[in-house]
Design a protein around this ligand. Structure first.
Ligand SMILES: *[C@@H]1O[C@H](CO)[C@@H](O)[C@H](O)[C@H]1NC(C)=O
Ligand SMILES: *[C@@H]1O[C@H](CO)[C@@H](O)[C@H](O)[C@H]1NC(C)=O
Ligand SMILES: *[C@@H]1O[C@H](CO)[C@@H](O)[C@H](O)[C@H]1NC(C)=O
Length: 268
């Protein structure tokens, strides 16, 4: 994940503002002995939240300073956020993150609802590598058979990823598995997103890479997700995003083989 032999200092922010916020700080150094000038970071904190919020894609990058004191940065809000919640989220991510990673040369702040940002002394903007991934796993299990539930999650994420990659503006989509009457699988809601500067194919392959880790990362759990700097997905059993889901899938049905009694499933 692009660690490059650097020292990782992971800070989990048990913050009052957002209990899910996570900050990853690399190479926690000292400004006085090395580059990444705090003025540059402050300039980012002062400008990047507004720049992203004012963009129709809710995304912004920035390069501040001059060599050797250059900082590269990226900020992204969830595709269903509005400008004011986007700006507030990024400003709070900066504030909380800088408290945790006071003098890091490379830091990623995930303020899950609904934004994240990264800055670094290395030019990570030059690639679309999905660095610094965070895995979220729910603490509760579903009552549906895991195999059936996992298959429904996987199918939903695949379809949502297709739509996200095909979205030319935000590379963002939401979806739902609709639980019909008597369905053993509950309703499932999902989103998938790439940074909007990615091409359709690289967005889809970024998402395929993290989605293929379902179910091993979150089998049978009521929520899950992987969030990286370039793409992310998330699913929950409640309607956690705003607006109607972009796509809907029927819940899979469980079939018992009449002779062997073995279960299999299909999507009607
Ligand atoms: C920054 O750190 C590197 C490696 O730790 C060191 O080689 C270099 O001299 C430092 N730069 C300054 C300006 O202190
Ligand atoms: C923006 O989104 C937040 C959170 O969903 C909501 O509380 C707020 O009312 C929205 N503001 C506008 C102007 O739509
Ligand atoms: C999801 O898509 C991958 C390829 O992108 C495919 O191998 C896999 O079978 C699909 N899974 C489901 C459940 O549709």
């Amino acid at each position: 994940m692009g660690t490059g032999g650097r020292l990782l200092l992971l800070a989990i922010a048990a913050s009052l503002l957002s209990p899910l916020a996570v900050a990853e700080c690399w190479d926690k150094g000292s400004y006085t002995t090395n580059s990444t000038n705090p003025d540059n970071i402050q300039r980012l904190a002062d400008t990047l939240p507004q720049k992203a919020a004012n963009s129709p894609t809710l995304f912004a990058t920035a390069t501040v300073g001059s060599l050797p004191d250059v900082v590269y940065a990226l900020a992204l809000c969830r595709g269903d956020a509005n400008a004011s919640s986007c700006e507030l989220c990024l400003a709070s991510a900066f504030q909380q993150g800088l408290g945790l990673c006071a003098s890091a040369l490379d830091a990623t702040f995930y303020n899950y609802d609904p934004c994240y940002l990264r800055y670094s002394d290395r030019d990570f903007l030059a690639t679309t590598t999905n660095d610094n991934q965070e895995i979220r796993v729910g603490s509760q299990s579903v009552s549906a058979p895991f195999e059936l539930f996992d298959a429904a999650v996987h199918a939903l994420l695949n379809a949502t990823a297709d739509h996200a990659a095909a979205d030319p503006l935000k590379r963002f989509a939401t979806g739902e598995v609709v639980a019909g009457r008597g369905s053993v699988v509950p309703a499932i809601y999902a989103l998938a997103q790439c940074t909007p500067d990615m091409a359709q194919e690289s967005c889809r392959s970024c998402l395929a890479d993290i989605i293929q880790r379902v179910p091993s990362s979150s089998s049978g759990t009521t929520s899950g997700g992987i969030i990286g700097v370039r793409c992310n997905y998330r699913y929950e059993l409640h309607h956690f995003f705003s607006g109607n889901p972009r796509l809907q899938l029927p819940a899979p049905e469980n079939l018992k083989h009449p002779e062997t009694g073995k279960s299999s499933f299909y999507f009607p």
